[in-house]
Design a protein around this ligand. Structure first.
Ligand SMILES: Cc1cc2nc3c(=O)[nH]c(=O)nc-3n(C[C@H](O)[C@H](O)[C@H](O)COP(=O)(O)O)c2cc1C
Length: 366
């Protein structure tokens, strides 16, 4: 049944060539100064344009939204122009590409945000979480995150406006749409998950309150660029970057219902991805399918067999292959033909140059 992966699928107004997603992966190679996407990144994404959909790496919506050195932004004209190189290169090869819009909230260090104190839903420090800063060498310098300050309602209004503007900027840069990064412990996740949010106003407490910021951001973006160009990524069961929810099935089923009401074009669920990770409960996947009518994407340790089965079971519409896409630019072709997959070099994931970015070859039959 691996051919299920090669059926086309409608995503808003786009007809995607297959069910394979290249999920967002930070590679930390934006040009400095200014965190600007560049030709090297354009070449990297163009090499992978045979994915049904590319979601480009996490891209900060503001200077305050940056968590790590050398990640690209989408809030200056120069950054928009940089991304135009990328979207043009992918479209020239017939691909489709969304931007992942990112605000890290508390998962950062003052050195990455101009000396400011990070902001979050609450003044709660993420424990045992490190980010990397530019320490003057080519290697990332890992440091502990610091305690954030609780966002005021004025801060919330401002960040919602920044998301809205970033969505408009993404369209100006030629992206086919945007994915809101509400996963993996970053700002929106810091509002959603019970253990990261101790607010006592309308943005904290009940599930409805903890989902309010997500809803406001999504509404601002769908209002700006249309719901059929807005997808959302969530991570219900991960404790990545120190966010945990006490009742994830309940919380994230409610999130699915909210996103259905807001009519977003897809829901992208990042599953836990460490080696001995538990499977996402099937009961939860069924609840999401019932609550949400759009396209559903899952990612996290999929191989061909598991992906085909997920599509066949009817609980997923598309599947993301993250790490496999790094070393296999022609991944869909390899999957379709059963060719072996190359392994990536972990040492060249973040920072650096073409090495480990552009030099993974397509499969050659010997
Ligand atoms: C190098 C690297 C960078 C990543 N950066 C992001 C990111 O910017 N945004 C995001 O939502 N997920 C990010 N992820 C998570 C992936 O999108 C994906 O969910 C994860 O790798 C699991 O899929 P896999 O097992 O197929 O690799 C990253 C993963 C890797 C390996």
């Amino acid at each position: 049944m691996q051919n299920a992966m090669f059926n086309t699928i409608q995503l808003g107004e786009l007809t995607l060539a297959n069910r394979i997603v290249m999920p967002p992966m930070t590679r930390s190679r934006a040009s400095q100064p200014g965190n600007v996407a560049n030709q090297m990144m354009a070449d990297y994404y163009a090499q992978r344009a045979s994915a049904g959909l590319i979601v480009a790496e996490g891209t900060q919506i503001s200077a305050m939204g940056q968590g790590y050195a050398w990640t690209p932004g989408i809030y200056s004209q120069e950054q928009i122009a940089g991304w135009k190189l990328v979207t043009d290169a992918v479209h020239a090869k017939g691909g489709a590409i969304f931007a992942q819009l990112w605000h890290v909230g508390r998962v950062t260090h003052p050195d990455n945000i101009g000396g400011m104190q990070p902001i979050s839903s609450s003044a709660l420090k993420a424990e045992n979480v490190k980010v990397f800063i530019d320490n003057g060498t080519d290697e990332p310098g890992f440091v502990d995150v610091v305690e954030p300050r609780e966002m005021t309602t004025e801060d919330i209004k401002q960040v919602v406006a920044e998301y809205r503007q970033a969505a408009l900027n993404a369209i100006e840069a030629g992206f086919d749409g945007i994915e809101l990064h509400a996963a993996n412990g970053y700002l929106i996740n810091q509002f959603i998950d019970s253990e990261a949010n101790n607010r006592t106003d309308e943005y904290g407490g009940s599930i409805e309150n903890r989902l309010r910021f997500l809803g406001e951001v999504v509404e601002a973006m769908t209002d700006a660029i249309g719901a059929n160009r807005v997808g959302v990524r969530l991570a219900p069961f991960t404790s990545l970057n120190g966010t945990v929810d006490k009742t994830p099935v309940e919380t994230y089923t409610a999130a699915a219902a909210l996103l259905n009401k807001l009519n977003v074009v897809y829901m992208h669920i990042a599953e836990v991805d460490w080696d001995d990770a538990p499977d996402t409960p099937a009961e939860f996947k069924r609840a999401v399918r019932n609550a949400y009518q759009g396209v559903i994407i899952y990612a996290g340790r999929y191989d061909t067999k598991k992906a085909a089965k997920a599509l066949e079971d009817g609980l997923a519409d598309m599947i993301g292959f993250g790490r496999p896409f790094i070393a296999n630019p022609d991944l869909p072709n390899r999957i379709q033909n059963g060719y072996p997959l190359a392994a990536h070099d972990p040492a060249t994931l973040f920072g650096g140059n073409e090495k480990g970015l552009l030099d993974y070859p397509e499969y050659q039959a010997s």
